[in-house]
Design a protein around this ligand. Structure first.
Ligand SMILES: *Cc1c(COP(=O)(O)O)cnc(C)c1O
Ligand SMILES: [Zn+2]
Length: 430
């Protein structure tokens, strides 16, 4: 193997080179994986997440210093009676070296995704998210000049902001709900040169998120016994499993997969329900009844994905099963009180989703699902919003186009987008 990496399909076993490929060319229902030539993790003297670039599906790097930071917890660990708790923090916390200015681990996926697409010459990325993912891609666009097309419901547009101007973002707002904006976004990808980001199918996204496990393991000098994270799509859980697999193959960090302890926020907990029923399928009537009303009521909105990669080969179900994992349904009250405890003991504010993960760790410690001496990695997926608001400028991303629900990508709308694309000339600064 001369290439730095190949893609591998766990369905048919075929290896093939990467052309920003999202699906198996033979049509398998399986998540492609990257296979790196270098079985030992070699660290690079590069900023942020690019320290781990030997296990990212990219050749170069971006000049962005925003990677995960790991440290040994003392305050929370003492409170819970745990003696080996590593916190890996993704967010804004300059005292600890945390420099994700949009405050979530979605920056870990946005950076390698933008670079992978540029290196493969595949075109302009399209993203449908008004949450942390949308903000992270707008930020990477602001810092690199990479053009991105972001489609969101108009009601959620104010959640998109960056800490530097973002002239290369084409923000399209849809007067409708999330499904309308996802449908419109899919339609935008019919324009030549526009490609979908790909979600869980995107190996750059997963390997970027997997750097949390690389960082936590290097910090502790060994693989954790247990990994805690709150999940909406579960992509981070899959990524943790894949990264741990690579570290086992490396040979220096242990031989056992960490048990995945994944949590969701009540009342919207489809993966918890499917897991408890032992099902590889999510059955909407059973696992997410009254989805809309339930989604309205959760504290951590980023955890409300209706189509997680659950049963697909190499997906969340397989990750939980392979690692002997467990799932938690966390109430809003539990999450809020976990957030207060974390702020008091660790002295940084949390994204609501990270508070859900902390609440699941509290419960695990109380109920004995983890032993006091176990090596635990807590993935704090987001935080530092208060610090960021004090320290950093905030630029709202302004809409370029506004469309109605159900509107087609045709006529004036299509012309508007193609003229924006032409205006980009697709010159990207490194
Ligand atoms: C997206 C997100 C999650 C959930 O991540 P997945 O692994 O994709 O389910 C958790 N916390 C924060 C802060 C997020 O932005
Ligand atoms: Zn295949």
């Amino acid at each position: 193997m001369r290439e730095k990496y190949l893609l591998h399909c766990p369905g048919c076993g075929r290896p093939f080179p990467d052309r920003y490929t999202l699906d198996c060319p033979s049509g398998c229902n399986a998540l492609l994986r990257t296979i790196y030539r270098e079985p030992r993790l070699v660290l690079r003297d590069l900023p942020g997440v690019f320290r781990y670039s030997s296990w990212l599906p990219i050749e170069g790097h971006l000049r962005i210093d925003a990677g995960p930071v790991s440290y040994a917890s003392t305050g929370l660990a003492r409170e819970l009676g745990l003696s080996n708790l590593t916190i890996t923090f993704s967010g804004y916390w300059p005292e600890r070296g945390g420099r994700m200015e949009t405050c979530s681990f979605k920056e870990l996926e946005a950076q390698p995704t933008v670079l992978r697409l540029r290196e493969k010459g595949a075109g302009v990325l399209q993203i449908s998210s008004a949450g942390n993912t949308g903000r992270a891609f707008c930020q990477v666009s602001a810092l690199t000049g990479a053009p991105v097309v972001v489609v969101v419901p108009s009601s959620a547009a104010d959640r998109l902001w960056t800490t530097a101007p973002s002239p290369n973002v084409c923000l399209i707002t849809v007067d409708g709900d999330y499904s309308d904006s996802i449908a419109f976004g899919r339609d935008v990808c019919s324009i030549p040169g526009v490609v979908p980001e790909g979600g869980a199918k995107n190996v750059a996204r997963r390997d970027g998120m997997g750097t949390v496990v690389l960082d936590g393991t290097l910090f502790a000098g060994r693989l954790p016994d247990a990994y805690f994270q709150a999940v909406g799509s579960g992509t981070g859980g899959i990524a943790a499993w894949e990264a741990a697999d690579r570290l086992i193959a490396d040979g220096r960090f242990g031989t056992r997969l960490p048990a995945l302890h994944l949590s969701q926020n009540l009342p919207f907990v489809p993966m918890v329900r499917a897991w408890e029923a032992g099902r590889r399928e999510i059955v909407p009537e059973e696992d997410m009844p009254d989805a809309e009303a339930s989604i309205e009521r959760v504290f951590a909105g980023v955890l409300t994905n209706r189509h997680p990669p659950w049963g697909v080969r190499g997906g969340v179900y397989d990750a939980l099963a392979a690692s002997g994992g467990r799932m938690y349904a966390v109430s809003n009250d539990e999450a809020r009180s976990a957030a207060r405890l974390f702020e008091a003991t660790e002295e940084i504010d949390l994204d609501p989703a990270a508070a859900v993960a902390v609440a699941s760790l509290l419960r695990a410690a109380e109920e004995g699902f983890v032993e006091p001496g176990e090596h635990i990695l807590l993935n704090v997926t987001g935080g530092g919003y208060q610090r960021a608001a004090e320290d950093l400028d905030r630029y709202p991303v302004e809409p370029y186009l506004r469309v109605g629900a159900g509107e087609a990508v045709a006529g004036d709308v299509r012309d508007g987008i193609t003229s924006w694309l032409a205006g980009q000339g697709v010159a990207i600064r490194a």
